[in-house]
Design a protein around this ligand. Sequence first.
Ligand SMILES: Nc1nc2c(ncn2[C@@H]2O[C@H](COP(=O)(O)OP(=O)(O)OP(=O)(O)O)[C@@H](O)[C@H]2O)c(=O)[nH]1
Length: 295
Amino acid sequence: MFREFVDTLAFKELTPERFDEAASKLFIELVQSDVAVEVAEGIIGDLRSKVVGQRIQRGRSVKEFLESELRATLQEVFERAGWIDLEKLAMEQARQKGVFKVIFLGPNGHGKTTTIGKLSYRFSKKGLRVLIAAADTFRAGAIEQVSQIASLAGAGVFSMGYGADPAAVAYEAVERARRGGYNVVMIDTAGRMHTKKNLMDEMKKIIRVVEPDFKIFVGDALTGNDAVEMARSFHSEVGIDGSIVSKFDADVKGGVVVSLVYVTGRPVLYVGTGQRLEDLEPFDYKSFIDSVLSF
Ligand SMILES: Nc1nc2c(ncn2[C@@H]2O[C@H](COP(=O)(O)OP(=O)(O)OP(=O)(O)O)[C@@H](O)[C@H]2O)c(=O)[nH]1
């Protein structure tokens, strides 16, 4: 009895009402940080089922308690997804299998080609020989853009011209890489087709033919929900292994990273921080969480 009495003085229970009142502000702050609405709802829902009914020390505000629990919840989202050192993986697999095959997926204009250039540049600096497969045979100018970026990044290019079957381009590029002593093939794909079904069918075909070792989704930090929607489609149709978020240098809060990881359960590996080849940084979720939760 006495213990119960002391407990009542020392602790207050987090009732559903108290939670909902405080959590509505956290929800708004997540959305203002560019986290997609449905993801913010999901995260607050996860938080709710974790903390409602818990006892909080009387001296501590509910807000402060929830902020620290939200931090832990976000950390869990990132930890569940894990992190992969792509450069290390590429080196190991290139050593074991001869050629490490990576395919890049994502909506057009989100930065796939630029990101491939940046990654090729990083890989080349580590001594890996990279061949880029120009499998976007659809968009005018795509092949010239890949060729230009590849020459700056110190990578080779394989192309079969516009209108060629993207799966054939990717397949031949891998063959060329094996014969030419390349260690890595990066496959640039088209971002837009007449319908989403066409696009997915094309991706499935390339993946069936080439059996890539790694599938990367490239999403633009500025587009928020659009990138998240596309990532979900790609993930459910072909399965992605990780994402890269471009345009992180633009004035964004970066919540799209949380959305991508939450929706796909796969890590964000790098963020693009500018238009130059050097502007790609490994993503560090701990300092990122600090910046998102800077309230
Ligand atoms: N500021 C900034 N711009 C970027 C970044 N990544 C890409 N861009 C720019 O975004 C634009 C689109 O990039 P692309 O690489 O052409 O996009 P894509 O996804 O290959 O486009 P499609 O080939 O049409 O599918 C270009 O002007 C890039 O310079 C980045 O991290 N920061």
